[in-house]
Design a protein around this ligand. Sequence first.
Ligand SMILES: *Cc1c(COP(=O)(O)O)cnc(C)c1O
Length: 423
Amino acid sequence: MSIVQNSPVWRPFTQHALQPNAFKVSRARGSLLELEDGRQFIDAISSWWVITHGHCQPEIMQAISDQAQTLDQVIFAGFTHEPAEKLAHRLLEFTPEGLEYVFYSDSGSTSVEVAIKMALGFWRNRGKPRTKILALEHGYHGDTIGAMSVGARSSFNAPYEPLFFEVERIPFPTKGFEQNTLDALERACRSRPAAFIIEPLIVGAGGMLIYSPHTLAEMYRICASYGVLFIADEVMTGFGRTGTLFACEQANITPDIACYSKGITGGAIPLAVTMCRPEIYEAHYAPERARAFFHSSSFMANPLACAAALANLELWETSKARQLLSDICLVQKSQIDRFSNDKRFINIRSLGTIAALDLKLTNSSYLSTISLELMTFFNDLGVLLRPLGSTIYVLPPYCISTQELDVIYNAIDAAADKYSMID
Ligand SMILES: *Cc1c(COP(=O)(O)O)cnc(C)c1O
């Protein structure tokens, strides 16, 4: 059976009354998922944005397997291990210069919680408590209460809203209106907030909205001039997704705090890090225990995950991985550009390995159900795509072939024939 029914498993972002079934995957390789009955899906969204090089990347799988022979898991307070130490040093070499400390955790949401706690701890330990957080409009930073608080408010998090802390929103830098964003940020910085959190260059779950490296650099410059900590949530953008290893590289900035997760192990196994500049660490460094950074995760710096991340970094040293990345960026751009004069779509856009467009709908009553309808339509064609409302985006593993991309884009073309409004 390749469809699971009557399962006790409660799945994410799923209304079980509308989607009672799930596909049962038995293996994955490259950009393909295979069900128990042999049916295949092209994983056009990298299994929720985590897979970078491809599924079951051999070197990463080998590293996990080798590590599994010697050390599985160990408490990380008072104890450490070679994979964690080595990985921290290697991360310092790869990430923007100036990030000098590495705090481990196990998911993107947690890395964001850690970043927020670091920022608040920094100000408190300096004897100038600040607690207000600025956040970029439409942001998504995870699903824990703190991460939801700094993310956009929507029907997805309405039930929990009474528990959220207040955040000041800075308008998204829509093309042509960037100055509004910068002016609003500058005004907000005057009220002495603790930090500003952003997704660099592209707001992901908020609709794959892209803004320029110049605007990113300007936002950073304003925060730096007011001493407001700049938190870059690179959970999605990290490890090649935007065409460079990290999105912040394109703006030539080093954030005060950076969050990395999804692609850090090539997507094979959970791991996250929050990295920071030395000032943040030093504010917590003192003879009194009360100034320590009080956070831990049971599985932080899990050795198997660290070994996978180390293998991932090794891959990024090879010209093969770099070549795959630059190739996929070019191919994605040319694939999406074929829709640029297509009246069925608007906002045709791409950034690095990501391409997105918005479907013009025939019937506005589709709005609430369109993403589910499209997803089912694509599934029937053997393509895993999960549109965000009427925004269809392709965010594939970097190893994906041109033929596989053709299948994906032909499916998008067919979906538009069925659902779009044609003038
Ligand atoms: C996915 C995502 C997160 C949350 O990561 P999880 O591992 O799902 O908790 C946070 N920030 C951004 C930008 C993300 O895309």
